[in-house]
Ligand binder design. Sequence first.
Ligand code: NAG
Ligand code: NAG
Ligand code: NAG
Ligand code: CU
Length: 232
Amino acid sequence: MLTAFLLPFLLPVLTAAQYGGAAYSSTVSTTAALAVPTAPANTAGFVNVNVGFQGKLVYSPANISAPVGTIVTFYFPSGLAHSVTQSSFAAPCTYLAASGNTSAGFDSGLQTAVQFSINITDNQPIWFHCKQVQHCGLGMVGSINAPATGNTFAAFQSAALALGSSETTETDNGPVTGGVHGVATAKPANTASAAASATGSSSSSSSGSTKVVASACLALFVAAVAGLLAQF
Ligand SMILES: *[C@@H]1O[C@H](CO)[C@@H](O)[C@H](O)[C@H]1NC(C)=O
Ligand SMILES: *[C@@H]1O[C@H](CO)[C@@H](O)[C@H](O)[C@H]1NC(C)=O
Ligand SMILES: *[C@@H]1O[C@H](CO)[C@@H](O)[C@H](O)[C@H]1NC(C)=O
Ligand SMILES: [Cu+2]
């Protein structure tokens, strides 16, 4: 089918249209609409990470070093929904499901304007990615305690980029706590209220799933247009 053939090529265009082309440009100009994440400076025992730093498809930093007991907190921007979704070195863009003796990975779910924390439980590597359509295949991945040789962060990101537009689109069923080598002990919390209240409520955001539905509708629309065009 021509539509099925065209869709992988249309998806980057679709995604760019949805989020604005700036996210795909290496030089992002500062505009009023650009949501700037607000990760505070690190303090002892805490590592803070900007998700979608400066509107780009990156975690900053992406190759994180964090000893056992460190709280790694991800700060999400308000504009564009991203996720912090645990995966494996072997399958960078696939959620780490439970198997055998291994428990399931953590997943923030698609979120905006929240913070999400992982407590590091051992010194083994933790691999994660963004489940937003195409983001992982465009290199939006990160690691915690990746080794300096062998299965490095660079190798992990290369593997994600190699998947490219053949990345399988993941469903978003909302946040998943727990994890492997590091655990999320709470669902993402609204950044503003978390900052305002030291008690840290764990209300979750439903905006992510809304955006997935909107994204899916847009994809169907583009597919329909592609189908129409194919008839001429
Ligand atoms: C992180 O986990 C360790 C043990 O698993 C626990 O002792 C520690 O209190 C946790 N840190 C926070 C901030 O919850
Ligand atoms: C689970 O752990 C047990 C005991 O450690 C081991 O015998 C078994 O092979 C493990 N199963 C898997 C699927 O790894
Ligand atoms: C990632 O960070 C580790 C330290 O945690 C370092 O040894 C390694 O060289 C870094 N890898 C890359 C590709 O930056
Ligand atoms: Cu993303």
